[in-house]
Write a protein that binds this ligand. Structure first.
Ligand SMILES: [Cu+2]
Length: 111
């Protein structure tokens, strides 16, 4: 009887978690250069609907993103990063947005 209760409790827990299902992704940010890029990307992505958490690693040029899979998908997040002027995985930076970046945030030798 006690086991049955535990199973029911686990089921309720699992269903409860499923409704707010989050996904995690690491996004390659090959064109980012400095701490300013980090804050630009973190601030720009954290306001995207469905994004729960974003952390950019300057050294590794990777963004760790946690998002609600039912609200936003990885492609939309990549697009938002592109609109900020940065490459995101295989999505190239929006050329207009890239032009507006500070010089220190541009790829040395051109993009
Ligand atoms: Cu920068």
């Amino acid at each position: 009887m006690k086991n049955a209760l535990i199973i029911v409790a686990l089921l309720v827990f699992a269903i409860g978690c499923d409704s707010g299902k989050t996904a995690k992704a690491d996004i390659q940010l090959a064109s980012m250069q400095c701490g300013m890029c980090k804050s630009t990307i973190e601030n720009g992505i954290s306001v995207v609907e469905g994004v729960v958490k974003v952390e950019v690693d300057v050294e590794k040029k990777v963004g760790h993103v946690t998002y609600k899979a039912g609200v936003v998908d990885l492609a939309a997040i990549e697009k938002a990063i592109s609109a900020l002027g940065y490459d995101a995985n295989n999505t190239k930076a929006d050329p207009e947005a890239y032009k507006d970046l500070s010089d220190c945030c541009k790829v040395p030798g051109g993009h």
